[in-house]
Design a binder for this molecule. Structure first.
Ligand code: SF4
Length: 683
C-alpha cells in the first residue's frame, strides 16, 4: 500500500524538523535539544511545597516545570510560586496545566511561560453520550468553542506565552467521540480544531501532544498527527508521553515502548515520563530515553526500502517545503495488524509471541536455575509448577541438560552440539544461516535459523538459495546502533517477498545499568511489536559465570546489565506493554498532581499487593474525578478519588459505588472484582 511516511526515513536516523517555539528562555523544536520535563504533585496552593518540589525536579535535570491550576485561586498562586523560585535563582519556565477552566487559563497565561490546554475538556462536556451531529450542528459547536478559546489565544499572543494543545485519549469530548470514535484520528482532529483557531489568530507559539495509556493508540496518533500536519503545511513541535504509565518496572517499560518508538524515528522535541512516583524520579528515565539519539545519525547504513514513488528531497530545514517521502509499504504504520506467519509448533500463526531465555553463558544449569524464568520444581510432589511468566524456550548453547525439564518448555542448542544429542525430545537446533544449508541432520519439527540483514537481502535477491521449509523459525540478529530500524527493514524484506516464516526478535545487551537495559530493550523490541512484527522475544543480557550472588551483584554494579529473572520479566513486560501477550495485572495509574485527593503511591502499592496475581485484569487508579474516569480509558475496574478520603469505584465506565471511605475502599474493590467473577485466589 502507498503510504505517506510520518518520519524522514524508516532506515536512516534523522530528526523530524519542527518549528521553534519560545518558552521563556528555553526554546523548543527545530535543532534544539529534546527537552526533559515533568509535573509537580503538590497542592498548588502550598507555595513552599510546590517551590521545593520544583527545585528537586530542576536539580534532577527538569527543563520545564508543569503545575496544575484547577481554578482561579491556584492560577493566582502561580505568581507566588514563580516569584519564590526566581528569588531562589531558578529561572526554569513554568507551565500551567488546565482542564475545564478557561478563566484559570486566561489568568495563568499572564503569569507563566506556557499553558497546557486539553481540547477534550476546554469547552466541551463529557458524559460518554453518543450524539448524532448534523454538519450544521457540528459547525455551531465549533463556533461556540472558537468563542470560548479565542480569548486565551489573544492573551498568549499578547504576553508571548506558549501553549500546548495536549490531547488525551481518555478525555476526548462526546462531540469528537460521536464523529470520530475513540481513535487516533479523533485525537488528531480534536487538536486540529484548536490549532485552526490559533492560526486564524496568527498565533503559532504552539506545541502538540497525543497521549494515551495504550501504547499502540499513542504511537499511531503521533504518526497520524505528523501525516496530517504535512497535509496542512504545519510542523509544530511534539511533546511525547504515555499517560498513566504506572510505577516501577511497568511504568518504565511502558514509557520506553511508547516514547522510545517515536524517538527511534526522530520524532519528539520534549519528553515527559509520567510515573506514579515522585516527579524527580521521572527525570533520569526521560534522560536515559533521550540521550540514546545524540550520536545515532552515524549508525551503520541500512539498505533503503525499495520502490519510492516520490523522489526524496534533501531536508533543507525549510519546514514548509519539506515533503515526507511516500512509500509502497507492506504494512501500515497507522493501524495495528500482526504480520501473517506460518505456525511452527507453538510459534507464529495465532500463537502469542514466545519468550526465550538465554542461559548460554551459564556453565552449570540445575533445576533451580529455572526458578528465575518462571519454573519452580517441587521435590515432594516431583513436579514442576509454572508461573504466568514462565518462558517458553531456553537457549542453553552447548550446555547439556541432563534432568527432566518442565512439560511446556523447549530447549535450544547450538546446532553442532544438537547433532550429538541422543534424545532430542523438545530439544531444537539453532543454525547460522550458512550452517542450515550445509547441515544434513535437522529437526523434523523446529529449526531456529539465525539471520541478519545482509543474508536476507542476498537470499531474496538470488536464485541459488533453496526455500526454507515450514520447520524454520528465523532469529533476527543485529549489531547496528539503529538496530530497531534494521530489524524492521528485515521484516519489510520478508513481507515484500511474501515470506511467512515466524521470527524471533533477538537483541544482545552489555555494559548497561539494569534500568538502561530495561529502557533500551523495551524501545528496541517494543517498537517492532507495536507494528505487528515478531513471534517471539530473545534477550541476551546476562553475565553468568559462575553464578553466585556476589558476582551477580558485582555484575549489576558494573553495569553488566541484568539477571535472568529480570531479563525474563522485561521480556514479558514488553509483550504486555505492546498488548501482544498478557501475563500479569495491568495498572493504569495516574502520576498524580495538585488535584490528587489521596496518597496515590501508597494506595497503588496497597492495591497492587492485593491484586497483582489477577492476570489480564486492568485496574485504573486515578487521583481525582475530574480527569480520572476518562484517563483510565479501557480499565476493567476503576478506583477514583472523589473527595478528601472518599473513593468511587467503577466497573468499566460505570460508577458502581460512590464515596466509600478510603480505609474500606481497597476491600470494596476486591469485593467488586469477586462480584464480577474476575477474582482468583493467590497461590
Ligand atoms: S487523574 Fe491524576 S494526574 Fe490526572 S488530573 Fe486527576 S489527579 Fe491529576
Amino acid at each position: 500500500m502507498i503510504t505517506q511516511l510520518y518520519c524522514n526515513s524508516l532506515t536512516k536516523f534523522s530528526r523530524y524538523k519542527t518549528r521553534v517555539v519560545t518558552i521563556g528562555d528555553v526554546p523548543l523544536g527545530g535543532d534544539n535539544p529534546i527537552r526533559i520535563q515533568s509535573m509537580t504533585t503538590t497542592d498548588t496552593m502550598d507555595t513552599i511545597a510546590t517551590v521545593e518540589q520544583s527545585i528537586r525536579m530542576i536539580d534532577a535535570g527538569c527543563e520545564y516545570v508543569r503545575i496544575t491550576a484547577p481554578s482561579i485561586k491556584e492560577a493566582k498562586n502561580l505568581e507566588n510560586i514563580k516569584k519564590e523560585l526566581r528569588a531562589r535563582g531558578y529561572t526554569t519556565p513554568l507551565i500551567a496545566d488546565i482542564h475545564f477552566t478557561p478563566n484559570a487559563a486566561e489568568l495563568a497565561a499572564r503569569i507563566v511561560e506556557k499553558v497546557r490546554v486539553n481540547p477534550g475538556n476546554y469547552a466541551d462536556k463529557k458524559k460518554f453520550e453518543s450524539i448524532d451531529y448534523t454538519d450544521n450542528a457540528y459547525e455551531i459547536e465549533l463556533e461556540r468553542i472558537r468563542e470560548r478559546f479565542t480569548p486565551l489565544v489573544k492573551i498568549c499572543k499578547e504576553y508571548g506565552t506558549a501553549m500546548r494543545i495536549g490531547t488525551n485519549h481518555g478525555s476526548l469530548s462526546d462531540r469528537i467521540l460521536s464523529r470520530y470514535g475513540d481513535t487516533p484520528l479523533g485525537m488528531v482532529e480534536s487538536a486540529l480544531e484548536f490549532l485552526r483557531i490559533c492560526e486564524d489568530n496568527n498565533y503559532y507559539n504552539i506545541v502538540l501532544s497525543m497521549k494515551a495509556s495504550n501504547t499502540q493508540v499513542m504511537v499511531q496518533a503521533y504518526r497520524l498527527l505528523i501525516q496530517k500536519m504535512q497535509q496542512y503545511g504545519m510542523s509544530y513541535p511534539l511533546h511525547l508521553g504515555v499517560t498513566e504509565a504506572g510505577e516501577g518496572e511497568d511504568g518504565r517499560i511502558k514509557s520506553a515502548v511508547g516514547i522510545g518508538t517515536l524517538l527511534e524515528d526522530g520524532i519528539g522535541d520534549t519528553v515527559r515520563v509520567s510515573l506514579t512516583e515522585d516527579p524527580e524520579f521521572e527525570i533520569p528515565v526521560a534522560k536515559a530515553l533521550v540521550e540514546r539519539y545524540s550520536n545515532r545519525a552515524s549508525h551503520k547504513a541500512i539498505p533503503e526500502v525499495q520502490s519510492s514513488k516520490f523522489k526524496v528531497q534533501e531536508n533543507t530545514g525549510q519546514l514548509s517545503t519539506f515533503q515526507l517521502p511516500t512509500f509502497e509499504l507492506p504494512y501500515s504504520p497507522y493501524d495495528y495488524k500482526r504480520r501473517e506467519t506460518l505456525e511452527v509448533i507453538n510459534m507464529g500463526g495465532h500463537n502469542v509471541p514466545r519468550v526465550i531465555a538465554d542461559f548460554s553463558g551459564k556453565q552449570v544449569i540445575t533445576p533451580a536455575s529455572f526458578f528465575a524464568v518462571g519454573y519452580n520444581y517441587s521435590v515432594p510432589l516431583d513436579k514442576w509448577n509454572l508461573t504466568d511468566q514462565a518462558c517458553d524456550y531456553i537457549f542453553v548453547g552447548d550446555n547439556k541438560i541432563d534432568f527432566q525439564i518442565p512439560g511446556t518448555l523447549g530447549l535450544i542448542y547450538n546446532s553442532a552440539f544438537w547433532q550429538n544429542l541422543e534424545n532430542t525430545t523438545r530439544c531444537y537446533p539453532l543454525f547460522s544461516d550458512n550452517e542450515f544449508f550445509t547441515t544434513v541432520k535437522k529437526s523434523t519439527e523446529l529449526n531456529f535459523v539465525s539471520v541478519d540483514i545482509d543474508f536476507l537481502i542476498q537470499y531474496f535477491n538470488s536464485s541459488t538459495f533453496q526455500p526454507f521449509d515450514n520447520t524454520v523459525v528465523f532469529v533476527f540478529e543485529t549489531s547496528n546502533e539503529h538496530g530497531m530500524a534494521e530489524q524492521r527493514r528485515m521484516f519489510i524484506e520478508l513481507m515484500n517477498n511474501n515470506c511467512k516464516v515466524p521470527v524471533i526478535i533477538k537483541r544482545n545487551y552489555s555494559n548497561l545499568s539494569e534500568e538502561k537495559f530495561q529502557l533500551h530493550s523495551s524501545t528496541d523490541i517494543g517498537a517492532l511489536f507495536l507494528d505487528g512484527f515478531g513471534d517471539g522475544i530473545w534477550i541476551n543480557a546476562c553475565q553468568f559465570e559462575p553464578f553466585d550472588f556476589a558476582q551477580d551483584k558485582l555484575n549489576r554494579e558494573q553495569n553488566n546489565c541484568t539477571s535472568p529473572k529480570n531479563a525474563n520479566a522485561t521480556s514479558f513486560g514488553i509483550l504486555q506493554a505492546t498488548r501482544n501477550r498478557i501475563s500479569k495485572t495491568e495498572y493504569i495509574s495516574c502520576p498524580s498532581c495538585g488535584r490528587t485527593l489521596f496518597d496515590l503511591q501508597e494506595t497503588t502499592a496497597k492495591i497492587r499487593n492485593r491484586t497483582d496475581h489477577l492476570k489480564g485484569v486492568k485496574i485504573g487508579i486515578m487521583g481525582c474525578i475530574v480527569n480520572g474516569p476518562g484517563e483510565m480509558a479501557d480499565a476493567d475496574y476503576g478506583y477514583v478519588g472523589t473527595g478528601v478520603g472518599k473513593i468511587t469505584l467503577y466497573k468499566g465506565r460505570e460508577v458502581v459505588e460512590r464515596n466509600i471511605g478510603s480505609e474500606k475502599a481497597v476491600d470494596a474493590l476486591v469485593d467488586l472484582i469477586k462480584k464480577y467473577g474476575d477474582w482468583v485466589e493467590k497461590e
